[in-house]
Design a protein around this ligand. Structure first.
Ligand code: NAD
Length: 409
């Protein structure tokens, strides 16, 4: 069990509410809340530039783990290439793309050797590249299994973007291929490596506000143009796998429990060409073994909304927004409760550093392939429920965190 000291590890302790306010609340609130308040320290300091939240000093380049990125689209260019610059343990050593001109340009800009550029056909030659230890798959969802399996056969560890694939059979194949090749497989669930969300997890697990009874979460945005996310074949599950998966995965991460029942409804606006193959808006409920009930919504057709709120016996708390790349905010009611001020970190550097740490220290990833497979099973239950308009039962797990590896340090 974590102590109050470890509860606050990684927090900027000087940014808590004033000592006076803490004293008042420590005296009047439930003992769990009082202990939470007592660990705080006053005063303020300027916010640092986002960096990796990984513990310890940055490793010298020659001791870092080499990663190759497969797929040079928006996530790679906007988030992953910059994340290597602030990572403490990872370095970029390879690029894989169907567009040679784009790959060469990005290689030059990011210090990757021309010999370490591959296309989708000659990719298997990466086996001979000793500078690449991990392949990071950042392709449309229906291509994740192929490149994970080819990477494993080439003897490379794999980090794969969410959702893991378009169906649970494919997810299982990816797990089997990595096991057979004795390489690690991590699913890139950045929220589980993000310190504010990790603080929320500790608040839930340590029952700081008493036991949680109810959680609600949403992740909606508007997809304006036709793209692979709106194709059933390429995305598999449309908005559910793309954005709804954050609600599913984060609630599972907060509680450590697995849903035993799911009930869902979906909506497609008639005549809208964007939603010929996938749903526009999906709502679903999940019931957990401890009795916690959850209400969720995701959409490709709403104003941006990305949040969650947990309601416990003595208060409610959560994050709004909870899932974007920047600007995350925690909240709690009663409002005077001393929530920690957690420094913003680069969420992608955090996950790169966790994978690098797993390779360096032979550790099992915190979010291994089994974690992605479980989300896919829940996604499939959501669609089955919507189709049959009945609740769908899932296998019951009484152990907490049945799929996760050891947490990041
Ligand atoms: P994107 O469309 O911007 O990029 C996809 C890349 O794949 C492009 O470079 C494209 O050329 C290439 N590609 C190869 N074959 C293709 C095909 N048949 N159709 C379309 N593109 C093809 O997508 P993205 O937003 O970078 O998403 C890539 C993956 O990353 C997806 O699995 C997505 O769910 C995931 N993602 C994760 C996050 C996160 O926060 N973790 C955010 C965005 C995307």
């Amino acid at each position: 069990m974590e102590t109050t000291t470890t509860l606050f590890m990684g927090f900027d302790r000087r940014k808590f509410i004033s000592r006076t306010a803490r004293g008042i609340f420590a005296a009047t609130l439930a003992p769990e809340i009082a202990r939470f308040a007592a660990a705080a320290e006053p005063a303020g300091s300027p916010a640092p530039t986002p960096t990796s939240a990984a513990q310890g000093e940055p490793l010298p380049q020659d001791q870092r783990v080499g990663f190759a990125l497969v797929g040079l689209g928006r996530l790679t260019q906007g988030q992953l290439l910059p994340a290597f610059r602030v990572s403490k343990r990872a370095k970029l050593t390879g690029l894989v793309s169907g567009d040679p001109a784009k790959a060469q340009k990005l290689a030059q800009e990011n210090g990757v050797n021309a010999e370490s550029i591959y296309d989708y056909k000659n990719f298997d030659r990466i086996r001979d590249n000793q500078d690449v230890q991990v392949v990071y798959v950042v392709l449309p969802n229906s291509m994740h299994a192929e490149f994970t399996e080819r990477s494993a056969r080439a003897g490379k560890h794999v980090i794969c973007e969410k959702p893991m694939e378009v169906g649970s059979m494919k997810c299982q194949q990816m797990i089997d291929a990595c096991k057979k090749a004795r390489v690690k497989l991590m699913i890139a669930y950045r929220i589980q490596y993000e310190p504010m969300n990790r603080a929320m997890q500790r608040i839930v697990r340590q029952k700081v506000f008493g036991p949680v009874k109810y959680i609600e979460s949403d992740n909606g945005q508007r997809v304006e143009k036709m793209e692979w996310r709106l194709s059933k074949a390429l995305s598999g599950s449309g908005a559910v796998g793309d954005v709804g998966i954050y609600c599913i995965n984060t609630i599972r991460f907060l509680l450590g429990e697995e849903p035993m029942e799911v009930f869902a409804r979906t909506f497609r606006p008639p005549g809208d060409p964007r939603f010929k193959e996938v749903d526009a808006t999906i709502i679903w409920q999940m019931r957990f073994p401890s009795g916690v009930l959850a209400n969720c919504m995701c959409s490709f057709d709403t104003y941006d909304t990305k949040s969650y709120r947990a309601v416990a016996e003595h208060g409610s708390f959560g994050m709004d927004p909870s899932f974007p790349y920047h600007g995350l905010k925690m909240f709690a009611k009663p409002e005077q409760l001393p929530l920690p001020q957690v420094a913003e970190s680069d969420q992608f550097a955090n996950e790169l550093d966790h994978m690098a740490d797993c390779v360096i220290n032979s550790r099992h990833p915190y979010t291994p392939g089994e974690e992605g497979l479980q989300d896919q099973r829940i996604i499939e239950a959501i669609f089955e429920s919507a189709r049959t308009t009945r609740a769908v039962t899932l296998p019951r797990f009484d152990k907490l965190d049945p799929f996760r590896g050891p947490p990041p340090e």
